[in-house]
Design a binder for this molecule. Structure first.
Ligand code: C2E
Ligand code: MG
Ligand code: MG
Ligand code: MG
Length: 283
């Protein structure tokens, strides 16, 4: 297999040109098998509260432990899952695993919140709030343990519908974050009217901060605007101490990135949290 960019910018796996269809079919069958034989695993990346250094929450990121090809990143299979109609099932599995882990952390006295990425196709399911509520109930969890990460394209596709969906989710106590903020076409003025708790500033704004004063000034003003709307700001892609320190100075609320840690399996994350001696504090 080799990776090829699809129109959406994601990578899909295709074979040599002459057996393109064949390989894709095989990959599809593999993925179907992966869902039924429990080959998806979650890694967790903490969000660090700037200023205090505390960790309140983590983002769950899916990987596929492929029997012959090793651990595959989401970019290698999510587009396919979407294309062949497996995204809803995949998301249910991810949500179940993330909530199982949240329940485990709670039972151990380190109640971390978990954020789950939601593609637009999974958000429009009519009974989504009820299904999530049932999953929370089954584990004795309150809705405040869960955050959903949505994308700007979901917000902009059908604004009225997106707003209704978010309002229903938010009324049930689930919190909402806008992922990769700044890469789409939503405006802060539009976001003002939506029940959003958190904006996750895309990596592409954070990467150049260390070398480019204008990039840093732009980030500072986005943080200010978010705060004026009462929304928390999380910076993604924090890869160095310079960005971390500047974000702290600008009053950014939380940071996520390789400078802190890569996404880790739950046990490794527990060890990381213990090693830095910063106990998780519930919000
Ligand atoms: P995302 O939600 O924006 O997640 C952050 C991505 O940035 C993760 O990639 C993470 O490993 C990476 N990252 C974190 N810190 C840094 C950093 O400092 N530098 C750089 N260069 N990268 C960093 P990952 O895990 O490969 O996930 C890629 C995307 O796949 C995610 O982007 C998300 O859009 C999607 N995704 C992952 N898991 C799920 C899922 O369960 N459901 C859905 N629908 N999408 C998912
Ligand atoms: Mg995300
Ligand atoms: Mg992101
Ligand atoms: Mg993304």
């Amino acid at each position: 297999y080799r990776a090829k960019s699809s129109r959406s910018g994601h990578h899909v796996f295709v074979g040599a040109d002459d057996d393109h269809g064949d390989s894709r079919l095989r990959m599809m069958e593999d993925l179907r098998g992966a869902l039924s034989s429990d080959e998806l695993v979650l890694h967790y990346q903490p969000k660090i509260e700037l200023g205090t250094g505390r960790v309140h929450g983590v983002e769950a990121l899916v990987r596929w432990q492929h029997p012959s090809r090793g651990l595959l990143p989401p970019d290698a299979f999510l587009t396919l899952a979407e294309d062949v109609g497996l995204m809803r099932e995949l998301t249910r599995i991810v949500m179940g695993k993330a909530l199982d882990q949240a329940a485990l952390w709670r039972a151990r006295g380190t109640p971390l919140t978990v954020a789950v990425n939601m593609s637009p196709s999974t958000l429009i399911e009519a009974d989504l709030p009820e299904r999530i509520a049932a999953m929370l109930r089954a584990r004795g969890l309150s809705a405040s343990v869960l955050m959903l990460e949505i994308t700007e394209d979901f917000l902009m596709e059908d604004r009225a519908r997106a707003r209704d969906i978010l309002i229903r989710l938010r009324e049930s106590g689930i919190r909402i974050a806008v992922d990769d903020f700044g890469t789409g076409y939503s405006s802060l003025a539009y976001l003002r009217d939506l029940p959003i708790d958190e904006l996750k500033l895309d990596k592409s704004f954070v990467f150049p901060m260390a070398d480019d004063a204008r990039a840093a000034a732009l980030v500072a003003s986005i943080i200010e605007l978010a705060h004026s709307l009462g929304v928390r700001m999380v910076a993604e892609g924090v890869e160095d101490a310079v960005a971390y320190d500047e974000l702290t100075r600008y009053g950014c609320d939380e940071a996520q990135g390789f400078h802190l840690t890569r996404p880790l399996p739950a046990a490794a994350l527990d060890a990381w949290l213990a090693a830095r001696n910063a106990p998780a504090i519930a919000r």
